[in-house]
Design a protein around this ligand. Structure first.
Ligand code: SF4
Length: 406
């Protein structure tokens, strides 16, 4: 079928198959691909509103046994640079988030063998006891798989326990590319296979949680494998309808074991656009300005995105790999309005919460993203002594010294 014939099918609201998607992704001119994605965006969101959320990416630990080759954030068990945030540190971050109008934490971290499931349950309960209306968008599928192995429970049982403690929704991190050939090459097959990632999402959706879905492209995968990823997401969404949004970003190579070069802006826009065309059952596509910068982030609104993602008061993972873009709410809204849309604050469920906070009250401007730990803050909080460690290093560190003889 010709590109024009496939384009006509997309314009007519028809679903395209894998071969048609491959022909578009490979051969359609970039502006045509963008126009098709923009047409779908306009049909799904005719009101001309572009949304964003005010929340904070908090990485509770950087200690990780998974050792993905594309990751510049993690530190191995026993590293002098490994950290775990204390409950009080996390409370402070929530206070700061609420101060600027935020209502949720995106809480993710490394696969730390020395944080048992009870640590997460206690943390979630403590947060909900203190901040009953504050939302926890937490623990990507590989973290759930890690906790399921650590606690010898099924992922569904882990999710049930976490929901009981206060988990509200699950972020779609750790998907990378949902093709096991790629996952083996990135050393992320053992943290979660493609099926395991999808099974956690299936279990979460069945438990009544909404989640997001992601794709990190531009490392070792082929264009066809990106499409396989998108079609696997589309199939699960047909089955459960549980994904609220899709976010794609390019692999960030700096300081990683895998190294390489970052995909260009055009490749990002083409990938975003084909995602909008293929994922005809996902309402919302976010612009990844945090990896692409504000200018390409703004252009994303003409290539299928209807959401600017998070104001993101803090970010540690992408920054570790060399991307350090920052936009506060004022800057996000300026970009949205300059592109011809109305900007609105939302929650994780994409309910509109209202107009920009800075138009309702004075909010301090932010010109840099916060970090997980400030200089001088402890690497390991004292409360960890209450939790059983799994690693030899962790066990040794948590041994209570015998009382000294009188
Ligand atoms: S991407 Fe996540 S799971 Fe992989 S090494 Fe980094 S922190 Fe660990």
């Amino acid at each position: 079928m010709s590109i024009q014939a496939i384009a006509d099918r997309v314009r007519g609201g028809e679903r395209i198959d894998r071969d048609e998607a491959a022909a578009l992704y490979r051969n359609a001119p970039t502006l045509l691909l963008g126009a098709l994605a923009d047409g779908i965006r306009a049909r799904r969101h005719p009101e001309g509103v572009v949304t964003y959320i005010i929340d904070r990416n908090v990485n509770y630990t950087n200690v990780c046994v998974a050792r993905c080759t594309f990751c510049a954030f993690y530190r191995p068990v026993g590293s002098a640079e490994g950290y775990v945030l204390g409950f009080d540190d996390i409370f402070r971050k929530i206070d700061e988030t609420i101060e600027v109008g935020g209502e949720q934490l995106l809480l993710q971290g490394g696969h730390n063998p020395d944080l048992p499931l009870t640590w997460y349950v206690d943390l979630f309960r403590a947060i909900k006891a203190r901040y009953p209306d504050f939302r926890l968008h937490a623990l990507s599928p590989p973290e759930v798989v890690h906790l399921s192995r650590l606690s010898r429970r099924t992922p569904a049982e882990v999710i049930e326990q976490l929901v009981d403690a206060g988990l509200d929704s699950i972020p779609g991190g750790g998907a990378e590319i949902l093709v096991d050939r790629v996952r083996r090459l990135l050393n992320c097959y053992s943290k979660a296979t493609a099926d395991e990632w999808l099974d956690v999402m299936r279990a979460a959706h069945r438990a009544g949680l909404r989640t997001t879905a992601t794709m990190m492209y531009g490392s070792v995968e082929t264009p066809d494998e990106r499409l396989e990823h998108l079609f696997r997401l589309r199939d699960l969404q047909d089955e459960t309808g549980g994904f609220t949004a899709f976010i794609t970003w390019s692999y960030q190579p700096e300081h990683t074991e895998l190294a390489g070069v970052e995909a260009t802006g055009v490749e990002y826009l083409r990938t975003l656009a084909i995602a909008r065309v293929v994922l005809d059952n996902v309402d919302n596509l976010q612009a990844s300005w945090v990896t692409q910068g504000g200018k390409v982030g703004q252009l994303s609104l003409a290539f299928g995105a209807n959401d600017m993602g998070s104001v993101m008061i803090e970010e540690n993972v992408v920054r570790a790999a060399g991307a350090s873009y920052c936009m506060d709410e004022v800057e996000i809204v300026r970009n949205v309005e300059d592109a011809g849309f109305r900007a609105a604050r939302r929650n994780m469920h994409y309910d509109i919460l209202g107009e920009p906070i800075f138009r309702l009250r004075a909010v301090p401007r932010r010109f840099g993203l916060d970090v997980a730990r400030r200089d001088g803050e402890p690497l390991m909080p004292a409360e960890l002594i209450n939790y059983a460690a799994r690693s030899r290093v962790g066990k040794r560190a948590r041994q209570v010294p015998p009382p000294s003889p009188e």
